[in-house]
Design a protein around this ligand. Sequence first.
Ligand code: ATP
Length: 234
Amino acid sequence: MLELKHVSFEVEGKHILNDITMTIADNQFTVITGPNGGGKSTLAKIIMGIEKPTSGQILFDGEDITELSVDERAKRKIGYAFQQPPRFKGMSVRHLLSLAHGKDLDEDVCCSYLSDVGLCSKDYLDRDVDASLSGGEVKRIEIATILARDLKLSIFDEPEAGIDLWSFAKLVETFQHLQAQSKQSIILISHQERIMQLADEIIIIENGRMKTRGTREAILPSLMNEFEPCGLKK
Ligand SMILES: Nc1ncnc2c1ncn2[C@@H]1O[C@H](COP(=O)(O)OP(=O)(O)OP(=O)(O)O)[C@@H](O)[C@H]1O
């Protein structure tokens, strides 16, 4: 179980996160949503250890991990797929997937991870994860590396960003499968209703605060009602 206790984050006097207290139960599928700039990615980075909270405490399976590095958190099986993933010049997709998994992967296993994100493996396995790949391709390869790891907590930051309609449909299927398997906790930051439809729980972050949280059934209808299609509040 992941627990955040009164977590705040401040940069140069700007309050980016304010007193966030929440728990993510084992094997729970949580979608975090809310307006742009609300603090969702910052929260994800704080859970992964990329940013350190100014105050508050983070516990994972009862252990205080607040001061642990990204590496230490990765060893505890927490993984994060960035909103804008890095590229790895000189490293093939096959090698990156094997590194993520922790040992060499057979070609057919690599292929199945790539197919989970809507990529045709024969076109990609031996390509480098460099600038020659499009943004949407790098994004999907990064999601595949998270799928290839044996994690207790996976965090996906706007997996839909920059992804075409067809690949998005495939991704939704993959997340649906992860949700049904219920083998790990998933935190998915998303603005997409189709992703929110998969959530056991939805958390809304706005202006650096947790505005509300609840089951999909409790939150989604009011959330859909609150916004006009152009994104303006009714
Ligand atoms: N290191 C930083 N220095 C200054 N401001 C920052 C820093 N990190 C984040 N912010 C600001 O904090 C706010 C929250 O950013 P964050 O990326 O967490 O929002 P978000 O909810 O993920 O937004 P989006 O939906 O657009 O991805 C933004 O106003 C951002 O500009």
